[in-house]
Structures are given as structure tokens and as C-alpha cells.
Design a protein around this ligand. Structure first.
Ligand SMILES: O=P(O)(O)OC[C@H]1O[C@](O)(CO)[C@@H](O)[C@@H]1O
Length: 525
């Protein structure tokens, strides 16, 4: 049984400390200690993370680290890296780090490095053949476009990375189709020539409804133009169930495997990252892995007091559970990091959106806050009003890139000025007599600075958040690696579908009522 946080002596000490702080904000702490910048800023894997605008005093960090020790976070980190079955409900390890470093040797007594190496070589040879034109389509033409079909963790990582890095790399254009809404695949295929298009079906399970329906439709599009024999030249799969991909009709050599102990939302480092490697090249893919590996090494070996992912987790817990902030807003000040918000929503909310402990007892504290956001400066003209003058408590992460991206250093300077201005405004607010114009300030923010937006630093950034999520799960005593909550909707959709199609199906009165409205409107002129 995992003991509840509220009975923990370290947690009680933190709550007493919170009460003693009497609502002191980061601005108050800055006023008391103008040197605090250096004390609350830490490097990690080439990034620099500034926690100085968080409402924490040195003693807060010390107490949070004591809590982490009491909750055995260092031991849990070691369990993660040594391949213990930290995914307790599914009885398996979560060893995505093994895809980006070779110090993780064994699962169930078997040396996993051999299989990882074999899969990576198969993957590398294929990616290079496609990119240099040796891989030919059914009519002898090289591939110039890739359509990646997958959803959730089988899409959002590659989408994030490609949107961030494709402008700096040559390669085939890569499009995505995730949603079962036919509009999405139609749009992804629009204007493409089947003879020069490669379909990459990414699905850990190879059963996900959206992916399988889209894959079938895309296959029909291909075969209508090139005939059934084209499949072997134009479709590949990345999956942990190669048997299913082969049964679906793919030749074995077109199927790129990855292990079952790689969770979907942690899979971009595996063959599920195929769209990344095809779009950017193997060198960039290797750099992405290297950046993440650097973050892994630091997470595993740095003492808690300077361990950035652990501090992100602890300060997140402080804001969520001690100060009661139900929102965590992600503000990448880089248009090319647009995909980060959706990616982090799945990573954090699918992992830690839980209400029971690893042993099934109800939790006595709230878990992950709602994760949402948008790139700055776009979001400034949308929800920032709510952030500055709304009534809800939130914490926020700024992600900024120091070196200019794009064609115009001056607009990059303006972008940075806005990031700095927002972070200052959130902390200091505006104290004026006109209540309509006053901003309370006192908002908690962390700023993560990337020297430049490249594969290495992006890999490190993603790994920081992965490890934050795990450390936070350890603090709450929950399993970050399952997602049983998503199953209910899938089962119900399967039951309701016949009725939507006009066939017989038992519906609840409420669903019957709503479907009646939809059917009526669908038939109206
Ligand atoms: O890769 P698969 O098996 O198609 O699953 C896609 C996604 O569906 C989920 O299982 C549930 O949304 C995610 O965890 C996963 O990333």
C-alpha cells in the first residue's frame, strides 16, 4: 500500500512552511534576496532552467527534497533505469531510455541491447535508402512524400519534432493523419502522387481504431492507383506487434518493431519515430536521442537539490497540492514548438491523470493539473487576459530559444522581449488604483532556455518532461505508465456505432435522444 501524502511527516512540514510563508510570492522573495536568480537556476543537458520566479524560498526546496527522499524518489529513479517493472498494473518496465543509451542491459534476464541494435540497424538502413533514393516505389520512382498514420503517442512526438526541426533539414515532406475524421486523411493525401508516396503506419498495438481505419483507406487510395502489388513498395509499419502488421498484409521486412515495454507516449525514440528520421535524416534522429540521453544521465545521477526534472516535479507538486493551482500553462515562445502543447498534454495528463495509488487506494490529493497552452506571442491575443486578470490559480512554463530562428533577428528579439515581459508581468502584476486595469501578479512561472532549437536540445527538453512526469508520479504514489481510463470511451463507441449507421443497437435514453437530433439534422435539406 502506498501511504497517502497527507499522513507524510515531510508533507506536513511543507504545509506548516507554506502557512509560515503566508502567501509570499516570488516577487516578495526577489525583494528579500536580489541574488536569488543564481540560486534557483540550474543547467541540465545543455538547457538552463530558471525557477527563480516560483513562489519558493530556499527552505521550500529543502523541504520538497526531504519529501522526495521520504517518498523514495531517488530509489524509484534507480528502479526505472534498472528495468524494474515500474508499470505495476501491467507488470512491465518503462525503459524508453534504453533506446537512447546503452547502459540499460537486461529485462527478465535478457540483454535487451542486442534486439534494440538489430531494430535500429533495420530502421537506419531503410531510412537511408528512402532518403537517398535507393528505395523505389512500384513504378521505379523515388519517394518524395511520407504520410504518417497514427494517433496519440504514435503521432504527437513525431509531429512536434518535425514541426520544430524540418525547416533546417532537407528530406521528403511528411504529413500526418491521426483523426478518424475522414477530412484529415483526405487533406494529408490531397495533391500527392501515390507513385512517390510512402505510407508509414505507426501503432504500438496495431489495433487502434482510428489508425487501422485510416491505414485501410490510405491503402485503398494507393492500390486504386498502383494495384495491390504496390503495398510492399509504399507501406511500412512501426509497431510492437509485428505479427499483426504481417497479418494485415505487409512483408516482414517492411515492419519495424519496438519492445512492449516502450509506452506509446514514450515511443518517439523507437521505430515509431520513423517519420522523424525520414523527414530529417538519421543524423538528426541520432542527435535527438543524444540530447535525451544527456538528460537521462543527469536525472539518474544528479542530487535532488540540483536535479532539474525532479525539481520540476517537486515545484509542480508545490503549486498543485500545497498552493492549489489546478492549471499548468505551457507557453513555448517559438512558433516551431507549437506541437509541444499537445505532446505535453498527452505525456502529463495520460500519465498522471489518475485517482488511485499504485496499489489501488483512492488518492487524498489532486494529481496532475490541466495542461494547456499555446505558443507566444499568439496566445497573448487569446487567453493571456485570463492569465493576467482571471480568477483561477495556475503555474506556467515558458520555453524560450536564445539564438534567433528564422530570417529576421529583430523579430526574434521582439519575441524574446514578449516572453520576458509576460514572465515579469505574471510575477509583478500591476498595482494601479483602477481595478479594471490592475493585475494581481503572483503567478508562478518557470523558464526553460534552449540555446538553440536543434535536435540535441529538443531531445533533452522532451526527456526533461518525461522524467518530471515519472518523478511526480512517484511523489503521488501513482503509476504513470498505464491509461485504463481511455478504454471506456472506446468500448462505448463500438457499441454505439451500429446505431449511428442506422442499425439496431441498445442505447441509453440520453444517447438515443442526442443521436435522434443528429440523424434528423443529417437528413434535413
Ligand atoms: O500506438 P497505438 O497502439 O495505436 O495507440 C495510440 C494511442 O492510444 C492510446 O493507447 C490511448 O489514447 C495512447 O496511449 C496511445 O499513444
Amino acid at each position: 500500500m502506498t501511504s497517502p501524502l497527507s499522513s507524510s511527516p515531510a508533507w506536513k512540514a511543507l504545509l506548516a512552511h507554506r502557512d509560515a510563508l503566508a502567501g509570499a510570492t516570488a516577487a516578495d522573495h526577489w525583494q528579500a534576496s536580489p541574488e536569488r536568480g543564481a540560486a534557483f537556476t540550474f543547467p541540465c543537458a545543455g538547457l538552463v532552467v530558471d525557477f527563480s520566479k516560483q513562489p519558493v524560498a530556499p527552505e521550500t526546496l529543502a523541504l520538497l527534497c526531504a519529501l522526495a527522499r521520504e517518498r523514495q524518489v531517488p530509489e524509484s529513479i534507480e528502479k526505472l533505469f534498472t528495468g524494474e517493472p515500474v508499470n505495476v498494473t501491467e507488470g512491465r518496465p518503462a525503459l524508453h531510455m534504453a533506446l537512447r543509451g546503452d547502459e540499460h542491459a537486461k529485462v527478465d534476464g535478457v540483454d535487451i541491447r542486442v534486439e534494440i541494435q538489430r531494430e535500429r540497424e533495420h530502421f537506419r538502413a531503410f531510412v537511408e535508402a528512402v532518403r537517398d533514393g535507393r528505395w523505389k516505389g512500384a513504378t521505379g520512382k523515388a519517394i518524395s512524400a511520407v504520410v504518417a498514420i497514427g494517433i496519440g503517442g504514435s503521432a504527437s512526438g513525431p509531429q512536434l519534432v518535425l514541426r520544430a526541426l524540418a525547416p533546417d533539414h532537407e528530406g521528403p515532406q511528411v504529413r500526418f493523419a491521426a483523426n478518424i475524421d475522414p477530412a484529415e486523411l483526405d487533406q494529408a493525401l490531397a495533391g500527392l502522387d501515390p507513385a512517390t508516396t510512402l505510407l508509414v503506419v505507426v501503432s504500438k498495438t496495431f489495433t487502434t481504431e482510428e489508425t487501422m481505419a485510416n491505414a485501410l483507406a490510405a491503402r485503398a487510395w494507393l492500390e486504386a492507383a498502383l494495384g495491390p502489388a504496390a503495398l510492399a513498395h509504399h507501406v511500412v509499419a512501426a509497431t510492437s506487434r509485428p505479427d499483426r502488421a504481417i497479418a494485415w498484409g505487409l512483408p516482414e521486412c517492411n515492419v519495424f518493431g519496438f519492445a512492449e515495454w516502450i509506452g506509446g507516449r514514450f515511443s518517439l525514440w523507437s521505430s515509431a519515430g520513423m517519420p522523424i528520421a525520414l523527414g530529417l535524416g538519421m543524423a538528426a534522429f541520432d542527435h535527438l536521442l543524444a540530447g535525451a540521453h544527456a538528460a537521462d544521465l543527469e536525472f539518474r545521477s544528479t542530487p535532488l537539490e540540483r536535479n532539474v526534472p525532479a525539481l520540476m516535479a517537486l515545484i509542480g507538486l508545490w503549486n498543485r497540492d500545497a498552493l492549489g493551482a489546478p492549471h499548468h500553462v505551457m507557453l513555448p515562445y517559438a512558433a516551431r514548438l507549437e506541437g509541444l502543447v499537445l505532446y505535453l498534454q498527452q505525456l502529463e495528463m495520460e500519465s498522471n491523470g489518475k485517482r488511485v495509488t499504485t496499489t489501488g487506494e483512492p488518492l487524498d490529493r489532486p494529481t496532475v493539473p490541466a495542461i494547456w497552452g499555446a505558443p507566444g506571442t499568439t496566445g497573448q491575443h487569446s487567453f493571456h487576459q485570463w492569465l493576467h486578470q482571471g480568477t483561477e490559480a495556475f503555474a506556467c512554463d515558458f520555453i524560450v530559444v536564445a539564438k534567433a530562428m528564422g530570417s529576421d533577428p529583430d523579430r526574434h528579439a521582439r519575441l524574446l522581449a514578449h516572453a520576458l515581459a509576460q514572465s515579469e508581468a505574471f510575477m509583478d502584476g500591476l498595482d494601479v488604483p483602477d481595478a479594471h486595469k490592475a493585475c494581481p501578479g503572483g503567478r508562478a512561472t518557470t523558464t526553460i532556455v534552449l540555446p538553440s532549437l536543434d535536435a540535441m536540445h529538443l531531445g533533452a527538453l522532451i526527456a526533461l518532461y518525461e522524467h518530471k512526469v515519472y518523478a511526480q508520479a512517484c511523489l503521488w504514489g501513482i503509476n504513470a505508465f498505464d491509461q485504463f481510463g481511455v478504454e471506456l470511451g472506446k468500448t462505448l463507441a463500438g457499441r454505439i456505432l451500429p446505431a449511428v449507421r442506422g442499425e439496431n443497437a441498445a442505447l441509453t435514453p440520453a444517447t438515443h435522444h442526442l443521436l435522434g437530433i443528429i440523424h434528423k439534422l443529417a437528413q434535413s435539406d
